[in-house]
Structures are given as structure tokens and as C-alpha cells.
Design a protein around this ligand. Sequence first.
Ligand code: CS2
Length: 494
Amino acid sequence: MTTFIALNQSNLPHLPESFVRPTYDRSKLKAGIVHIGVGGFHRSHEAYYTDELLANTQSTEWGICGVGLREADRKIGDVLKQQDYLYTLIVKHPDGKIENRVIGSIIDFMLASDDSSAVINKMANEETKIVSLTITEGGYHFNPVTNEFDFDHPDVQHDLANPTTPKMVFGYLTAALKKRRDEGLPAFTIQSCDNIQHNGDMTRRMLLAFARKQDPDLATWIEEEVRFPNAMVDRITPVTTSADIAILKDAGVDDAWPVVCEPFHQWVIEDTFSNGRPEWEKVGAQFVPDVTPYETMKIRLLNAGHSVLGLLGSIHGHQTIDGCIADPLFATYLRRFMDIEATPVLAPVEGIDLEDYKSTLITRFGNPNVKDNLARICLESSAKLPTFLIPTIVENLKKGGSVKYAALVIAAWCYYSDKGTDKNGEALDIIDAMKAELHNAATGTANDKLSFLKLEDIFGELINSETFTTEYSRQLDALYTKPDIAQLMGALIE
Ligand code: CS2
């Protein structure tokens, strides 16, 4: 019988030799960072950069205390605790090489619903210099219709009425900042690591709206004292599967929740912090005065590229992003979309050759070992496409550029939302906060061809552009007549 070594601190010396492991003294680490939302992406990105920094500098200031705000976070908390907060990052290279790296930067974890005051006290502790976030788009309570903070959410109402026992992120941040102000401590930095344009500005605006309603004096203090650096974050991190856990077992290590990722990683951050920061530039992060061109480039090429493949590929019956890239039709279509529609409306980015960037993207997407499932890519498309794809269409319409590649993607999204199956009738796993609205609008296509585009929160004014609706209707008709997405894609790239 094969025996496995359980991943924990005392077993570190007994791991297989090939495993990279923390060389720094974890027992000396202070939690300078409290991080809310310990999903795969945090563990492949910020926790990875920080681990590399700790290994390189022997700094003791920048350990990470993870926080989970949702009951669903209990499992990751339990797993991490059992493993002394260690986990394996399985870095999968395109040539099949695998690097197993045990990350040691996370040193604690707290589930907010178990003890909300412990979480507030941790954030308010003098040692905490940064509170970072990966809470997904939905966690920001931004209402795209009013462009304002959404006070209607029950958790927001709860937090306004119960400031010392909050439930949502802004309730925790205000409670902790209030404590720091009352105790004369400096404010922490709030650092969003979500894939949102101007993620720092968004966090600031939402937090201030909430805080103003709760305690206007505190809001003024936050406005003056707290910094919210914008950042572009990047590393493809598919969902961990049981096969990944089995890979480690084959190597002799029992890790209940490793993280898988590609070798590429990028982090471009605006250098504005309230209370000091780790020297992440020593391990490859880039500090810049303005992150805008980097984030626009990434969102409109990488993330939009993912959605293009995700929606078209789902209908075709592809399962993963690398599966799409292995299909020359999909690879060519993606490159055409990037070259003909996305790039002409992008501003130049200092120090980056866009042609190289796009070629690298195709190689990254094609990594046959990173099995990034299309279901993950298409998850919450209603929150993604308004920033990933719609602005490219709008800007092309303004300057008379091409919109046909994107129009087919929107038509495919309508078909996908309407039928919920691929072209062979296989059910698709659709997860979206607006799933019902998307489905209703899409089924309306039978009577009104433009029904899907009437979802104004998503498509804005697109319905008023005759150029767009003509192209879209043409594609939609063809798709509904015969759902042969490959043929339609082929016709566009001829
Ligand atoms: C993906 C991203 O969610 C998505 O649709 O495009 O999660 C993507 O993998 C990351 O932004 C890569 O950094």
C-alpha cells in the first residue's frame, strides 16, 4: 500500500526532494496582511508573491491571515488549519513539467461567522498594515443601473443596523477602521485583488458610500487616511479537481486542497499605500503611477478572449480553453477578434509589445496541462461581458470599426442562455446571478429578434446601433436556423 506524507509544518522536511518549500521561519511571521476571500486565485497570486518575497528577504512583517466571510469558506478554513495553513501550488508548464511548491505565507485563518469581533480585532490590530480582498464582482455591492452602492441588499441593511456584528465586507472594514481611529492607530491600506477595472477606486467609492450612511465622521477619516491602490492582477487558475489531488498523492503527498496554475503571473500596482507595504517589486510585481492601460489591455484581450472562446466553445461542445486553442478554427477566430476588433481600440501600453502580448496569450490559453473548464469561464458572464467585451464593441461602433466577431459572440450568448445546451443538445452548466433574466430575454427572441439586447444593464445602448443590430440579427438568424457555430465562425474568418 502506498503511504502518503500529510502536508503540515512538521512534515516539511520529509516531503519529496523536488518539492519547493518555505525556507523562512514561519513561526516568526506577523500577519501584516489580512486577506478576505481565500480562493484559488488568492493562493496562486498574492500568497505566492508574498511567499517568494518572504523566501528572498527573510522579512517577518508580511504573513497573511485569511478571512472567510461566507459559510462556504468553512471548508477551506478547516483544510488549511489541518495543514498548518500550508498548501501546494501545482505550477503546470506547457511542456508537461510540473513544479510543486508549498506556500507558507498564510499563517492563520478566521471564519467571520464564528466570531465577528475576533475578525474586527484582527484587522484593527496594530500589526495589520494591509487588508486585501478577492471577493468577486458581486462582493462590491455595486449597482450597474444606478452606478451607485446597492443599499437594498439584506446584508447591507443588516450591517447598517448592527455595526459591531457585520456580515459583509464593508461592515467589517468600517468596524475595524473605526476601532483604529478611536485607538489612534494609523489606517490600513485596502488593496483589492479582484479583476475589476480600477478595483481600488471601486472599493473606495463603495466603502465611502456605506460608511457615510453609517457614520459620516468616520467616512471623512477614511477618505483622508485610507489608500486604495488600483491593480491589474493576472494568473490563470482553474478550479482544483480530484485529479490534481491525485497527482500529489502519486508524488507521495496528501494535500486536501492544492491550487493549480500556469507559470505566467503578473501584478501591476499603483504605489499608494497608507501604512507601508511589502517589497513585492523584488519578486516581479511592477509598481506604476497609473495602472489604467495595463488593466484595459488585460481585460479586453485576455478576459474577453476567454469569453469569446468560452461562449462559442460551449455551444460547439468544447470543454476547456486549451481544447479550443487546439482547434485551429477557434485559435484563428480568437486571434482575428484580438487583431481586428480589440487591438485597434486599445491605447498603447508603455513597455509592452501588443503583438507579443497576444501571441503569449494564445500560448498561455493553449497550455495543454492547464485544463481550464469553459464552465468557469462562462460563470457570471453577465458581470463580465459589460467590462470585458461591450466597450470594445461600443468603441468600434464610434469609429466605424469591425464588430462582427463580437456580434457572433453575443448571438452565441443569447443561444446559450435560451437553450442551455450545446449544439448536440448536451446540457450546459450555467451559473449566473442573472440566469433567469438572461433566459427570459433570450427566449423572447422567438417573437422579437432584439429581445436579448434589451437587457440594458448589460448591453447599454447597443440596441440603438443599426450597424450592430443588423450584424447581430444576421448571426442570430443563422444560429437559430442551424446551430452550427463552427460554420458561422468559419464564414467570418474566410
Ligand atoms: C477569466 C479569469 O473569469 C474569467 O472569465 O478570464 O478568471 C482569468 O482566468 C484571470 O483573470 C486570469 O488572470
